[in-house]
Every structure is written in structure tokens, then in C-alpha cells.
Write a protein that binds this ligand. Sequence first.
Ligand SMILES: Cc1ncc(COP(=O)(O)O)c(C=O)c1O
Length: 412
Amino acid sequence: MSLNTSKIRADFPIFHRKINHNPLIYFDNAATTQKPKQVIESIKNFYEKHNANVHRAVYTLSQEATELYENAREQIAKFINSKNTAEVIFTRGTTEAINLIAYSWGLRNLTQDDEILISEMEHHSNIVPWKIISKINGFAIKYARINDDGTLNYEDFTNKVSNKTKIVSISQVSNVNGIINDIKKIGKIAHENNSLVLVDGAQSVPHMKVDVKELDIDFLAFSGHKMLGPTGIGALYCKKEHFENMGPFQGGGEMIKEVNFDRKTQHSKIIWNLPPWKFEAGTPNISGSIGFMEAVKYLDRIGMDNVRTHEKKLTEYTFDCLKECKKITINGPQDTSLKSGIIAFNIQGLSSHDVALFADNFGIMIRSGYHCAQPLHQVFDLRSSARISFYIYNTFEEIDRFVEVLKEIEQF
Ligand SMILES: Cc1ncc(COP(=O)(O)O)c(C=O)c1O
């Protein structure tokens, strides 16, 4: 089904804006998406009508806030088809979700004889947390290679998994060239070697149906702000059976059941709270979780298959139009069955920042730099790239305008 972009756009107040006297064209959805009024209103409504802390008090407002917060968890669990709501831990986003696993599970379970496997296409947030923990525990980090066209080299991946591999931590979709990895295949190889599988879903969960049961994965990390929700909220799906092997992530209120203090000995004995709260220290982002719930409801109404189809059509159309731009090199394959709605490119003789600044003059927001994926750029001997990334409100007309501007840039 085609998306009714005019109807969708009417929900996004930001599209009333002009930038440099031009209508706003927002093509940096891989970084963060715009927010519909339903999400904005839900946050406002919470602060105007229900604001109180959660899980602590018996009074009405606190009960309401707790119910909303836990409803949000349930809604997000359903969205990824987790059958057990406790398997969804709220985090600040994908980065914190991966850190949570690295610290809570990694610190406890990885030793100097172990290996973990990531890939050359990872975002820094799926490299750096593991580097930090490996400095403490001494395990080795292996990188599965990518092919010349940017796709994962499954042969190299398979060769690097062994009974030493304790976890495969890999993105489902690259945030640079939009390559979609075959998580079922990766998971099968990993599990056959008794390795766990963590999927960085930052660029997949917002754009396609991601079903944790069907994929049979152990952990899934994703961010609310990349899927219409507010910043500062995200989630970690964690298969329930792994909870017993995970220590606490951060310490504080919420994550404990009891702190029993013996004044004589000056010792306190702590009993952890049950998961998921054991991993949610301190006052959580309550309004953020409510906005996130509203975002997920919005996407459910559209249907994730329709989201994917729309972005696929936009991407195909863009590739077609870009044939007219002779100085452009596209990073990665142009087969849209292999990739999401993210296109990274370079223009001969121009830095990616020049391209982005030029586009900004025409109200077009695109990303430039190495998109927190420096290793991938180094594999291709690139210092940076320009990147456009689509979402449900983007239109074919916007692409036409963008290509017109690109042609001007080429001449410039
Ligand atoms: C593939 C991937 N992983 C992780 C992240 C980090 O997400 P966040 O900054 O929301 O924690 C991003 C952000 O762009 C990403 O694209």
C-alpha cells in the first residue's frame, strides 16, 4: 500500500517551517526523526495531567504515572513481538542498551580466553562499549569483513565464529549504506556455536517489521528518537533466560528491593529488584516512555510493511534520478532488496560537509561526516560521506528537488 504522505505530513508541525526561505526537506532520519503531534501531545498531556514519580507512592498521580510507564513497556514489547513484557528494559537509547549488555552480561561472562564477533560496518556504539570491557576482562574482539560492495562477507563471518565466540553483536541495518544483514542466518550460525546474538536495531526497528521471536535473537537494542519518539528513551529486549547471568548495570533507587542496614556492623545487605526494574536505576524517563508508546502506536497504525515499501520506492526512485548526476559515487549496492532507505554518497572534488552546507541553503537537511562509523569509511578509504535517509513523510517531489540541487552542486 502507498502511504498517504500529505495526511502524514499534516501530523508533523515542523513541516510548517521554512529554512533559508525554502520549505524544509528533512533527509537525516537515520540520525533522528521528526515527531508527530500525537507524540508531542502525549508528553504535554502527561506533564499537565499525570506528572508524578513511578513505582514509589500510593497516591493517585503516582499510580497513574506508573500505569502509563508500564503500559508503554507493554506496547513496545508487542511491537517487537516479545511475549513477556519484563523482557523490555527502558534505556536512554541504543547506545545505553548495548552498554547495558556489555557491563551487565559482558563483565560477568567474558574472560581472556573468549572472543566476541562484531563487524566492520558497526556504529561506534557497538564497538566502543566492547573495547572498554575487553580492556578489563581481556577477551578478543573480531571483526567480520565487509565485501567491496559494502555487504557482509558471510564466509568471513562463518570462519570467525567458533566455540570461543561468546557473543555476536551486529547491526541489522548499516547506518551508512543501509545494508540489511541476514539476522536469521547470522543467528543460526552463532547459536550453532553456542554464541549469543545481540542485534543493534537502531536502523532496522524504525523501518521494518522486527520480530524477536522469528529472528530468534538474545538481545535487541533500539532508540525511540529514530522512530518518531522523543530523545533520551530507547529499549533493550533481553531474552528472559539471560537475566540470571546478568549483574546490575547501575546502582541506585528502583533497581533494589531492599537495602538492609546493620548499624552495629555498619554493613548493608542489598537485594536486587526483579528484572526489568533491576536494570533501570533511578527515576526513569517517564514522559519519554509515554512519547515512545505513542510513536509505536503511530507506526502500528501505518503498518511496518507499508513503512518499508514506501522507503524502498523512494530509494529506487532516488537511484534512478541519480543516474543523471555524473560526479556522484554511491557507497554500497543499489539493489533495494539488500538495503533500507539510507544512501551514502560522495561528489568528486567536494567534501561531504560542502555538499551538506550547499543543500542547507535550499532547506535540505542531509548528513555529512563519517556517521559514527569510522571503521567502515576506513575500509573504503573514505574520510567521510554525505548521507540521505528517508522516513514515512518523505516524498518523491522532495527527491526531485534534492536531485536538482545536486546537479547545481556538481556544476559548482
Ligand atoms: C546503527 C546504529 N547503532 C547505534 C546508534 C546509536 O543510537 P543512539 O545515539 O540513539 O543511542 C545509531 C545512531 O545513529 C546507529 O545508527
